[in-house]
Design a protein. Structure first.
Length: 422
């Protein structure tokens, strides 16, 4: 049997251990130090690049997680109890959960068909309607680069600027993706990055916040280190957090930065190969850059299945409660009380996932939109049906640095063998 092909697995350059050894040798085994500073410098060089045009001057703060980066960005935008924040519904929960940590309310905005990301028209409708209903402006806007795909950033920024609402870009999945040649995370007031084990690069766990200037960076660092005042004893005048990245994790990050461009190139190559090999398969459509200004990193390669497409075993889809869950290795999972919910992928999608699983290939449905999550049933949502309909027909395919050309051929052959052709 082949080794299991995972969706996206961290890949070490070999240099990580040198940076970590240096941290031990110099006794910098703490949440600050030369690797943290070095990693931030490397990231700044990376995000500020504009493909030959004059570089930007953004600043980066390394943090313990991407979720922490979202949380601190919201605080820096003044989000507090009773406020509202506009957030893309089609996302992973880490985009919206920190809004609730702050006692604020997420207001979900649905997606547009072409990018699968925040629909600018709905965004504007939501802003107007929230102002009409509450008499107050939402405090921030969070578009999300789902699977790495850029959002329609020129329109989103134009709307945000017109209403004077700050934008927090959730580019956790979109590290290195570009819109009109500019790296995602650098358009808005803040940009969120993640270095979790399954993201574009890893620090085992970690994240970063891209900031506009040195002052914003200092504010974020202050909140990330328990918000301390300069006295000879602990004096606290604001609530802070323990969110700084450790010097050991940053050492992994510095090693990863030596291969980040190779990783991105590889993800794009895998995407191209899927497109090539699946182009004649009726009923399966790859999700591609919708226009020349979009340049996805293709963190995950995704496809949609025509509802009419028939897949072997689909009559048995959802017959059993599955044990474990998406990202199941990550922790404790509640055992589901039923095999189905009122909003789930079509039977043919689930059947294809099972066929791939039996062939030792990890595949996953698209992220279930937040406005369809029970935990957010009371949150306001501006919906056009796009994310829910994509959730029902979509599937994520393996794309990481370990996925070889031969693996892609094997995955596509397995997909073809799983289809029932009349
Ligand atoms: C992974 C992810 C995050 C959070 O990152 P962590 O480092 O895992 O905390 C935020 N938003 C999105 C869309 C993500 O996929």
């Amino acid at each position: 049997m082949r080794e299991r092909i995972l969706l996206c697995l961290a890949h070490m350059s070999g240099k990580e251990q040198d940076f970590i050894k240096e941290a031990f040798d110099q006794n910098w085994v703490v949440p600050l130090g030369p690797n943290v500073n070095g990693f931030e410098k490397d990231l700044e060089g990376f995000v500020n690049d504009r493909e030959g045009a004059a570089p930007l001057n953004k600043q980066v703060v390394a943090l313990s997680a991407g979720t922490a980066a979202v949380h601190l960005a919201l605080i820096a935008c003044g989000v507090g109890h009773g406020d509202e924040v506009l957030v893309q519904s089609f996302t992973f929960c880490a985009s919206s959960h920190p809004i609730t940590y702050l006692g604020a309310t997420p207001v979900f905005v649905d997606s547009e068909r072409d990018s699968w990301n925040m629909d600018p028209d709905l965004l504007e409708e939501a802003i107007r309607d929230r102002i009409a209903k509450t008499g107050r402006k939402p405090k921030a806007i969070i578009p999300v680069a789902l699977y790495g795909m850029p959002y329609k950033m020129d329109r989103i920024m134009e709307i945000a600027n017109r209403y004077e609402i700050p934008v927090i870009e959730d580019a956790a999945e979109g590290l290195g993706s570009r819109y009109r040649g500019q790296v995602l995370g650098t358009f808005g007031k803040y940009g969120v990055l993640s270095f979790n084990g399954n993201k574009m690069i890893t620090t085992s766990g970690g994240g970063a916040l891209i900031c506009d200037n040195a002052e914003d960076k200092r504010t974020i660092m202050w909140y990330a280190t328990q918000a301390r005042e300069s006295y000879p004893y602990y004096q606290h005048e604001a609530i802070g957090y323990n969110y700084r990245m450790s010097n050991i994790c940053a050492g992994i990050g510095r090693g990863q930065m030596t291969v980040i461009n190779d990783h991105i190139a590889h993800h794009r190559h895998v995407q191209e190969l899927y497109c090539e090999l699946l182009k004649d398969v009726k009923g399966i459509t790859m999700h591609c850059n919708p226009a020349p200004e979009y340049d996805s990193n293709f963190w995950l390669c995704t496809a949609t299945l025509d509802p009419e497409l028939r897949v072997k075993g689909q009559e048995n889809a959802y017959k059993e409660v599955i044990t474990g869950a998406v990202g199941g290795a990550a922790g404790v999972i509640h055992t589901a009380s039923s095999a189905t919910t009122d909003c789930q992928p079509n039977d043919n999608v689930e059947a294809l996932r099972v066929c791939l699983d039996k062939a030792n290939i990890e595949a996953r449905p698209l992220w279930k939109p937040m406005h369809k999550q029970p935990v957010y049933k009371d949150a306001p949502a501006y919906v056009n049906g796009v994310s829910e309909s994509l959730f029902k027909v979509g599937i994520c395919l393996p794309a990481g640095p370990y996925v070889t050309d031969d693996d892609v051929r094997y995955i596509v052959d397995t997909i073809k063998e799983s289809l029932i052709n009349d």
